[in-house]
Ligand binder design. Structure first.
Ligand code: PLP
Length: 286
């Protein structure tokens, strides 16, 4: 089925939507993005994503393409036009184009490019991967130093997923200076003796919207959370582990670099947090 997508003020069939070949998003990955989940036809944590988008734009001195209210309206309209019950809305803002290639930014009156499209994912909340848990490998983190900005420079995370796939695993956790930074497209956690451990926020990792919500919910459920650096070896010795992201919610990890965690099944804390996250997010969905 042909999707209806949004490009710079227009709702169009996906086959008719176009962006200039000179767009800096295309030529230089001069672009930021957000992915917002849809459950029950409603947007999960739209506010969190809108706030982070604004921060990414500010950090790169990029213009806001429209207001937050307008963004919400576009999200909702695409969800409705495409009949999405469970899935995602992908949003990308680029610095646009003034009709040529140049390292220097185009003039201030250049309009940013705004593109949004939906991805239909029936069964997203009840994913089989969440029942089984996923297996991860560790790889070096060789990304740039501003991972807190959600840019579209995703080549290394993409290579990382391929390394995992080739190794017969599902995903990769990246390490730098001996410590885990994050997953290729998620934040990483392990649990030992009931305590949840995850890396603190800095420029080294993306400030996950799901991470923020899950840590709040964990605290509300009287779970103990410690934000500190940790190694792969520590995580391999854990009772359980998990990752969080907007599109996978809380996803249990059952194996790290070939080492099975606990009994090899999703752990109780990861399972409980997934339940709480889905329940609470659905209640607050817009
Ligand atoms: N870390 C990285 C590198 C990511 O790409 C993502 C999501 O795409 C996350 C963490 C999780 O962020 P969020 O929970 O906002 O989806």
């Amino acid at each position: 089925m042909t999707r209806t997508v949004y490009v710079n003020g227009e709702y169009l069939p996906e086959t008719e939507a176009t962006v200039s070949i000179f767009d800096r998003g295309f030529l230089m990955a001069d672009a930021v993005y957000e992915v917002t989940s849809v459950l029950g036809g409603k947007l999960i944590d739209f506010d969190g994503h809108a706030v982070r988008l604004k921060r990414s734009l500010d950090e790169l001195d990029m213009a806001e393409p429209c207001t937050k209210d307008e963004l919400l309206e576009i999200h909702r309209k695409l969800v409705e036009l495409n009949g999405i019950e469970e899935g995602m809305v992908y949003l990308q803002v680029t610095r646009g184009s003034d009709g040529d290639r140049d390292f220097v930014f185009p003039s201030d009156d250049t309009k940013p490019t705004l593109v949004l499209f939906t991805q239909n994912k029936p069964g997203l909340a009840n994913s089989p991967a969440a029942q089984k848990g996923i297996r991860v490998i560790s790889i070096d983190d060789i990304r740039w130093g501003r991972r807190d900005i959600k840019t579209t420079q995703l080549l290394y995370p993409s290579l990382g997923k391929m390394m995992a796939k080739k190794a017969g695993a599902d995903d990769a956790w990246m390490t730098e200076d001996g410590y885990v930074t994050e997953g290729t497209s998620n934040n990483a956690y392990f649990v030992k003796n009931g305590k949840i451990v995850t890396r603190p926020l800095s420029n080294d990792i993306l400030h996950g919207i799901t991470r923020k919500a899950v840590l709040r919910m964990a605290a509300e459920a009287q779970m103990v959370v410690e934000e500190r650096l940790f190694t792969i070896d520590e995580a391999k010795e854990a009772d359980e582990a998990f990752v969080t992201s907007a599109s996978t919610f809380v996803m249990p990890v059952v194996e790290i670099d070939g080492a099975q965690l606990g009994d090899g099944a999703p752990g109780p804390i990861a399972k409980r947090l997934r339940e709480i996250y889905l329940e609470e997010s659905l209640k607050a969905a817009v």
